[in-house]
Ligand binder design. Sequence first.
Ligand SMILES: [Zn+2]
Length: 627
Amino acid sequence: MNLLRPIYFIILVLVNVSTFQQVHATENKLFVLSSKENLPIEGAIIYDRKNLKAYQSNYQGLVILESPNEDLQIKAKYHHPILLKRSKQTSQSITLKYDENLLVDDQALVHKEENIQWGAADKYRENNDLLTYDLSITVNPEKKFIAGNNKIRFKMLKNDDVIRVDLYQNLAIDKILYQGKALNFKRELNAVYISFPTALENNSIHEIDFHYSGHPIAKGRFGCFTFNKDDKGIDWINTACQGVGSMVWWPNKDQQSDEVESMIMRVSVPSALKDISNGRLIETHVKSNGYTEYVWQTLNPINNYSVSLNIGNYVHFGEKLGNLTLDYYVLEQDLAKAKKQFKQAKPMMVTYQKYFGEYPFIEDGYKLIQAPYTGMEHQSAVTYGNGFQNGYTRNDNSMGDWTGVGISLKFDFIIIHESGHEWFGNSLTSYDFSDAWIHEGWCTYAEAVYVEDQFGYDDAMKYLNGYKNKVTNKFPIIGPPSVSHWPTSDIYFKGILFINTLRHIINDDDKWWAGVKAFTTTFKKSQLNTADVLNFFNHYFDDDFEKIFDQYLYFNEIPTLILTNKNNQLKYRWKSNVKGFDMPLDVKIRGKVSRIYPTTDWQVMADNSEISVLDHLFYINVESNVL
Ligand SMILES: [Zn+2]
């Protein structure tokens, strides 16, 4: 199936090139106009590639450049769907820097330099394709110190003599070896530019050995790299780096658009402790210095933020589901509680495999590992810290009814949510943070799929509509591209409601579930962006969801159905940001479900009595003087 056909044609933004070329040389002005009607486009992002600056057009479509420069590109427009088609190795994105003066009203678009650098599609990242990591690390709990090396194998995608690897600037680089000799390197913030003595040839395969050491900093919601003690006073050391960067504790190409094909982790810890990491334990070595090395191997592609250490006084129990191993690692003192609570994992796995296809990482197995924070979707090594109780831990450590409608107390939110990420996030990974809804919206939808399979459709609808209170609708779901900026939590809450809306537009459950499974299978263990999702749904369901995707993902507002009754005539239409928005909808007329096809033009309802809108199936606003 052709997934590459261009899809966004409504608001094709174009720099009016002749105007631009005349104007910019003298006045540094640039107008962004729509190609169709020559109307000014507000909010387009213009990249000055030479000076690494980005500008946003104002309501007149005007951008005033700091200096004349012809090396410009329109990459995206925050509120409109100028979507980029990024292939794996030829991302069209570039490093950007927003001009704060132009963005005073939209602080969400102003980013720190290190986040701009982190998210950038740097040519020295894109000139190579990762093959394998072989990471060795020794963790010293007493000194809170780590030291190690990562053997990075990669294939060149062009002739070049520099590549970029990321490592937090507080960690020391001890040496970087290539064919036994030390390489020169240059550090800029958290990026390390490594120079080779001669250009590496396109298609050739190489390995560098990157040695580093230092005291990793605790950063972010879960601390990223934390030295804790468990409640018995035994060392408990964990990593969880999503949104912070795995480069906080190990050197790697820290972006989602490239993954190694497989990975080995050799983790040395004091022999009284154990390390539980991704994949399978293939060897242990007791060393003479009082440390033991645990060698873990992952046979599947893995994203950097999933790579995880869990060091502590762990005990193990496990079970099997067909040929899939389910292994559980918890602190010794919590074994009995875990044995009871983790009973939910197997039926959950049955449900997820039924709806999303076979568990994607059978070779590496599935694990649940106790951690001191709520949880994280580390691939084949999901971490869990929800207190062995149903619901979701509140900030004050009491258990909460997460969506507030009495359903979430029927299951353990962290087991169900974080394991859903094995499909959405780990198997299907977004190229860029701006498309994070593909991870979180779909994974939140997996919760509702679990509820429906275990407790029925009505509970699922109740559960997911409970998310309505959490949606802010302040910013679009799709974030700014090529910068490490996590979009708002609407990617979860509005994400699930949007996907539920799609299901009810399609209005054929057999088709819907077959389509969902085809979606996860088509993109299994690969990277994708929002355009890929839309293309897939358009092709699979032989329909055009473009305007619906646009309205829900690229605008903060949701569509509003307007109903008015004048002179005993009931009229209805959509109010939307997307021009010509049309989306079918179910209403009840005198108790009978009926499908209507509102557009942005007024239509008259033939039968106008006792009408109600099924807005628990379609996430919309209703403005009415009738209901
Ligand atoms: Zn999640």
